[in-house]
Design a protein around this ligand. Structure first.
Ligand code: DOR
Length: 429
């Protein structure tokens, strides 16, 4: 049993009663109605994802609240934060209310919505920020569309500072990255693809940190992909700015070489096209070190399911994104096995790290912890190996660059809201 929030790391039983953890301890009396055998497994707080695309409403061919939250559950995630790049996007109270209603009807894990920073995510005028805060948004973001106008960004941060809500920013300077479809460097040159330079992310992070300092706002830098971007965030944190950041399992595990294709992997693999792009090995190592050091507050999936036709086309035309909820734990545990990531650091970035970044425990007490009163638990076997076959995903998006690869770690059981919501065969007694 591992709980990074308390430092707990011991072989114990956990007893749930009336929808919450009632006790943790050695050899608890075993008269429960349901017993999950977890010998050899890790028991941890349910994972929390700060960056999930559920696609509904508007893009149900890519995914729905029902399919993508089931993917979350199977991946061990009991809480996901839904990005607002839906159609319509939640940029006002009424649109948000309709979304919340759909979520309460169809979601099989806890979903916290993010609202838009600007109306229609168009970057021209602010969204109905007061209504979005009152309606329960845990953060605001224009998601794949960075807030380009620095004056508008300043106004948004000022408002959000007053509301004490974080702004999750896709840090990118479109003037530098426009037209780029992968990382700019030797690989893009060899493939003849237009690249996005690391500077597009680094320059945007520098601007956003400057504005966060000016306004006192909480800035969350989404999916950091560059070593230099991390250095700027480390410096800002050291100076006491209210900045947090996330890294994705894809950027931790893969580099731009996945686009080039190696061995059995195809070249120009559109499934390896994401935004921000997969970077260099030097960047990847810096991201791994940031998780181990706690500089990266969260590992967030950026789960981005797409329909087959969005990817079955030439590289330039393909939609960016990876369906990642069901492989996140598996690739992270490969990295634990390699000695790259430590298990406690990995779990911290999947549990209490993201909870603190968005202050989610102010909304649901005990979230991200294993303690009496907590309601979300994941049980996984860290040693079980399995081969990625996207056709078996619960997600509607089968877009993964990991097809056929062997990864580690199988989710055995998941408790959400005190209820055993998922159990893989062979674990019941
Ligand atoms: O790869 C990405 N896919 N990056 C984004 O910023 C958006 C996302 C999506 O919604 O497909």
């Amino acid at each position: 049993m591992v709980d990074p929030a308390s430092g707990l790391d011991a072989a114990l039983d956990v007893l749930l009663r009336d929808g919450a953890i009632a006790a943790l301890g050695p050899d608890l009396p075993c008269d429960a109605a349901i017993v999950v055998e977890a010998r050899g497994c890790v028991v941890a707080p349910g994972f929390v994802d700060l960056h999930t695309h559920l696609r509904e409403p508007g893009f149900e061919q890519k995914g729905t609240i029902a399919t993508e939250t089931l993917a979350a559950l199977r991946g061990g995630f009991t809480t996901v934060c839904a990005m607002p790049n839906t159609e319509p996007p939640p940029d006002s109270g009424p649109v948000l209310s309709a979304l919340v209603e759909r979520i309460s009807r169809d979601a099989v894990v806890r979903v916290f919505p993010l609202g838009c920073v600007t109306r229609g995510r168009a970057g021209r005028e602010l969204a109905e920020i007061g209504e979005l805060a009152a309606g329960g948004c845990v953060a605001l973001s224009d998601d794949g569309s960075p807030v380009g106008d620095p004056g508008l960004m300043r106004n948004a941060l000022q408002l959000l500072a007053a509301l004490d809500l974080p702004l999750s920013e896709h840090a990118d300077d479109p003037a530098l990255s426009a037209g780029g479809v992968m990382n700019e460097g030797q690989v893009s040159e060899r493939l003849g693809l237009k690249g996005q330079p690391a500077a597009a992310e680094v320059a945007a992070i520098a601007r956003d940190l400057t504005l966060a300092e000016m306004t006192g706002a909480r800035l969350h830098v989404a999916h950091v992909s560059t070593a230099r971007g991390l250095e700027l965030i480390a410096e800002a944190k050291a100076r006491g700015l209210r900045v947090t950041c996330e890294v994705t399992p894809s950027h931790l595990f893969l580099t731009e070489d996945a686009v080039f294709g190696e061995g059995p992997q195809p070249a120009y693999d559109t499934n390896a096209k994401i935004n921000p792009p997969l970077r260099t090995e030097n960047d990847r190592r810096a991201l791994v070190a940031a998780v181990n050091a706690g500089l990266a507050d969260a590992i967030a999936t950026d789960h981005a399911p797409h329909a087959a036709e969005d990817k079955r086309c030439e590289f330039d035309a393909a939609a960016p994104g990876i369906s990642g909820l069901e492989t996140a734990l598996g690739t992270l545990l490969v990295q634990v096995d390699r000695g790259e990531l430590t298990l406690p650091a990995m779990l911290r970035a999947l549990t209490i790290g993201p909870v603190r970044a968005f202050a989610l425990d102010q909304r649901v007490p005990h979230l991200g912890r294993l303690e009496p009163g907590a309601t979300d638990v994941v049980v996984f076997d860290p040693a079980e190996r399995w081969r990625v076959e996207a056709r078996h995903f619960a997600s509607r998006g089968q877009n993964t660059p990991l097809e056929g690869q062997e990864i580690f770690g199988r989710v055995r059981a998941v408790v959400v809201g005190g209820r055993l919501a998922f159990q893989r065969e062979g674990t019941g007694v």
